[in-house]
Design a protein around this ligand. Structure first.
Ligand SMILES: Cc1cc2nc3c(=O)[nH]c(=O)nc-3n(C[C@H](O)[C@H](O)[C@H](O)COP(=O)(O)OP(=O)(O)OC[C@H]3O[C@@H](n4cnc5c(N)ncnc54)[C@H](O)[C@@H]3O)c2cc1C
Length: 309
């Protein structure tokens, strides 16, 4: 396809490596990388991909994804330039690409409470809604009023919170076919700004104390299963997996539910390590870990590598 002829409606790049767009710093190229800077541009970009019959992938902050070494076919829309936020009383409307920490600070400065637990969590609002991200006992779905998006027919759609099917680390958006452009949040007005700032600093400090930002990573690889009563990290740790390494991918010694990239880890290394962790936990405890991390792109047949290599 000749880009001069296809009328791409937003800034774009061809065959752009995706590693810099992820917190793991891993991943091959996007065939088409589209960079809308507004919700309107996002809608146009989605419609363009549909018209061109291209597979469509959305990337926010890239903090919960493992992008294949072979890259991603079709169009990848990166939302991080979509950052407009409007406030009316306790109602906030924000574009999907706004960073969660920026949004927390923006709201706190205006005395709006509800998001402070998310301060320090990497990623965008759209990614948080997709994942129903959860920090310190609060899920983003708790503060969502409605979500505005585009469906696979290119129609603009709005889902009230009840229709978003939020549950622990789940939302209806994970089923595909609706992409998030903007989110309306219901905040609590009149909060003490100083208290909000203190709470946000505290959450940030806790993350730093856990070493979350020392190495490239994508946060927790597995969800917790509350029926077991034990966080997945503790289960993995009890199986003696801390420090297990494949290539440059390593089970983090300070938090066994994190995999860190020691420098040159490939997506293949990380996936092999994920599978090795799943197998070890299955063998030693009989439990099945459920993945939280989202695998994006073209994987083909990825060979199994044994830990320690
Ligand atoms: C150090 C660290 C700490 C973390 N701590 C936490 C934590 O405490 N709690 C927690 O829940 N998570 C945590 N995470 C994981 C991650 O930050 C969250 O899941 C975050 O909400 C992902 O947002 P993102 O914009 O980076 O999404 P991405 O990683 O870019 O995307 C994640 C998924 O959402 C989809 N997506 C993104 N934007 C859209 C959109 N606009 N429309 C439709 N689909 C979209 C993507 O296609 C992908 O499938 C952590 C990650 C790191 C690296």
């Amino acid at each position: 396809m000749n880009e001069q002829q296809v009328g791409v409606p937003v800034p774009f790049r061809r065959r752009e490596p995706l590693a810099p767009y992820t917190t793991f710093r891993i991943g091959g190229p996007a065939d088409w990388l589209l960079l809308p800077d507004s919700a309107r541009g996002f809608v146009a970009a989605v419609r363009w991909a549909i018209d061109q019959d291209l597979p469509l992938t959305i990337l926010g902050g890239g903090s919960n994804v493992l992008v294949a070494d072979a890259g991603v076919d079709g169009a990848v829309i990166v939302t991080t330039a979509m950052r407009r936020v409007e406030i009316s009383g306790a109602e906030v409307r924000a574009e999907a690409g706004v960073g969660m920490s920026d949004l927390c600070e923006f709201c706190a400065e205006r005395g709006l409470a509800g998001l402070q637990n998310f301060h320090g969590m990497p990623g965008s609002l759209g990614g948080a809604v997709f994942m129903n991200a959860r920090c310190y006992e609060r899920s983003i779905g708790d503060v969502v009023r409605c979500v505005h998006g585009v469906d696979r027919a290119g129609h603009e759609v709005t889902f009230e919170a009840a229709a978003c099917e939020f549950a622990y680390k789940r939302s209806r958006f994970q089923a595909g076919g609706v992409w998030v452009a903007e989110v309306d949040l219901r905040m609590e007005a009149g909060a003490d700004r100083g208290h909000l700032r203190e709470a946000m600093s505290d959450f940030q400090r806790r993350r730093e104390a856990m070493g979350q930002f020392l190495f490239p990573n994508a946060g927790c690889i597995f969800k917790n299963d509350y029926r077991t009563g034990t966080p997945s990290g503790k289960i993995i740790e009890s199986c003696g997996l801390k420090g297990t390494r494949i290539g440059d991918a390593e089970v983090f010694s300070r938090h066994a539910n994190f995999i860190i990239n020691r420098g040159a880890a490939s997506a293949c290394d990380v996936l092999a390590l994920i599978r090795a962790m799943e197998q070890a936990v299955r063998d030693r405890t009989g439990l099945e870990l459920e993945r939280e991390i989202q695998l994006l792109g073209r994987w083909g047949e990825v060979s199994e590598v044994q830990p320690g290599g």
